[in-house]
Write a protein that binds this ligand. Structure first.
Ligand code: GRF
Length: 188
């Protein structure tokens, strides 16, 4: 199974997927990383694994559609089975999404459909939720609204700090993304 990763930041989900591949737990290959941020740490991570990483600066293009055109040109050159969004902070445009039906995955730190968009954990804490979740879903043209593939929910309590909960969330994300990719890989 061939994967292209789209990301904007740290890349810990990328790292978890790559680790699972290296441990032979996941039969896949990360063909490339593409980021809209030049200094994103994920470029360093990709380099450490000798995985090509590309920077597409949206400022260099006339509009979002043109920048996404460049992203899809890069993606198509790798002929991936899935495009894995892992902390990609831009909303993908309709024409890009329509090019890849049932091929774009995303991970979101909430029990979707609750708390779409940014600061999902903070929203859950503000509402005094007693459980939070992580969701892997297909991307369609709605924000964080495509079909859910897998979700994991865990309880939280008032004695835990936001940082502690965040750490559990990230660990859960790393596990869940690998589990989903394993499942999807059976169909490739
Ligand atoms: C994750 O929390 C993910 O749910 C969200 O962005 C974050 C990316 O983290 N979409 P990382 O870059 O993989 O470390």
């Amino acid at each position: 199974m061939r994967l292209c990763i789209l990301a904007s930041g740290n890349g810990s989900n990328f790292e978890a997927i790559q680790e699972a591949i290296m441990k032979n737990e996941l039969d896949a290959r990360i063909c490339c990383v593409i980021s809209d941020k030049k200094n994103a740490f994920i470029h360093t991570r990709a380099k450490n694994h000798s995985i090509p990483s590309h920077h597409v600066s949206f400022k260099s293009y006339m509009n979002k559609e043109a920048a996404e055109g460049k992203i899809s040109e890069i993606i198509d050159s790798y002929n991936p089975d899935y495009i894995v969004c892992a902390g990609y902070m831009k909303i993908l445009g309709e024409s890009f999404v329509n090019l890849y039906p049932n091929m774009i995955l995303n991970i979101h730190p909430s029990k979707l459909p609750k708390y779409k968009g940014l600061n999902a954990l903070q929203q859950a804490l503000n509402n005094h939720d007693t459980e939070v979740g992580v969701t892997v879903h297909y991307i369609d043209v709605s924000l964080d609204g495509g079909p859910i593939i897998k979700q994991e929910v865990f309880e939280i309590n008032r004695s835990q700090s936001k940082e502690e909960i965040e750490a559990i969330l990230h660990k859960t994300e790393h596990k869940l993304y690998v589990e989903v990719l394993k499942e999807l890989g059976k169909e490739v």
